[in-house]
Design a protein around this ligand. Sequence first.
Ligand code: NDP
Length: 328
Amino acid sequence: YQRMVLASRPSGEVQASDFRLETADVPAIADGQILIRNHYLSLDPYMRGRMSDAKSYAEPQPLDATMIGGTVGQVVESKHPKFAAGDFVAGMFGWSEIGVSDGALLRKLDTTHIPLSAYLGPVGMPGMTAWFGFNQIMQAKAGETVVVSAASGAVGSVVGQLAKLRGCRAVGIAGGKDKCDYVVNELGFDACIDYKAGNLEGDLAAATPDGVDAIFENVGGAVFDAALARTNAFARVALCGMIAGYNGEDVPIRNARVLLTNRLTVRGFIVSEHMELWPQGLTELGGLVATGKLKYRESIADGLAAAPEAFMGLLKGKNFGKQLVKLI
Ligand code: NDP
C-alpha cells in the first residue's frame, strides 16, 4: 500500500519535495485490531502547522513518518468485537491507503443518508468547527449580522448556513467571483464580498448597513481588519484560523483600537479541545445534511500521489469547498 511521509520541513511555502511517497506491506493484524482501507483523506490547513517545528498548540509531525490526517474508509478485516468487515469508519490514519486501529477513536459511520465523504466535511471536523464557533462563541441571535471569511470553504460554508438557519444576516468574504456567486446563490448567504476585487472595505460596508454583531475569522490580515472596522458595540469574534499567515507571514491587526472602543469579545479556539460537544454537534449537522438543509461542495484530488499538489493549492485558495483526496 502507499503512504506519504514528511520528507522535510518547509520554510515559507510548502514544496512537493517536502513529501515522499512510500510503499509498504499491508500489516497482519493482531487480536483486538482492525484493518481499514481508507477511501478519502481530508486535507486541512492545520497540517501546515504540523509540518513546522515552531511552538504551537500541537506537537510537530515527525519527519519520515506518515503525514497526519483524518480519513474515512471501510473495514477490510476485524479481530475486534465491535467492528466487522464492511463497516464504514472514520479515523486519523493519515496520508495512507491503509489504517490499523485498536478501536479507540474509531467512529462507525452510517452512510444511509449521509455520503461517506461528508464525514470529513460538514459532518466532521470542519463542520464541528463551524458549529462550535457559531454556537459557543458568536452566539448570534436572529436579526443580527455575521461576517464569515473563507466563506466558500469547508468551515466557512457551514457557519453562514447555520447563521441563515438562525435568522441572521450572513455576509461572506471569499476570493473570486465564482466562489462569491456560489456562496450567495447556492449556500444562501445574503451577500459575499470578493476580497480580490480591490474594494474590500467599501464593499463590506455596503453589505453590512447595520454593522456587524459577530465575526467568524478564518483568514486574518486585511480581511479580518475589514470586518473589525464594521463591528457594533459588544460584537463577538470567533477566532478560528489565520490562514493568511500559515507560511510565516505576519498577520497584524491594524484595527486593534476597535477591540477597546467597541468592547469586543475575541476568543480563539481549537475544536479538538472540545470533544465533549462533538456528539451533539455532529448529530445536528448530520441531520441537516441528511435533509438537504446544509449544502456543501468538494474539491477531490485523485490518488495519494496528487495529495501534495492539492495541499499546496489549499493554502493558496485553489480549492473550492472541502479539499479531499480520493484513495480508492
Ligand atoms: P477552506 O476549505 O476554507 O480552504 C482554505 C481557504 O482559505 C482557501 O480556499 C482560500 O479561500 C482561503 N485562503 C487560503 N490562503 C489564503 C490567504 N493567503 N489569504 C486569504 N485567504 C486564503 O479550509 P477550512 O474550511 O478547512 O479551514 C478554514 C480555516 O479554519 C483555516 O484558517 C483553518 O486553519 C481553520 N480551522 C480551525 C480549526 C480550529 O479548531 N480552530 C479547525 C478547522 C479549521 P479564498 O479563495 O476564498 O481566499
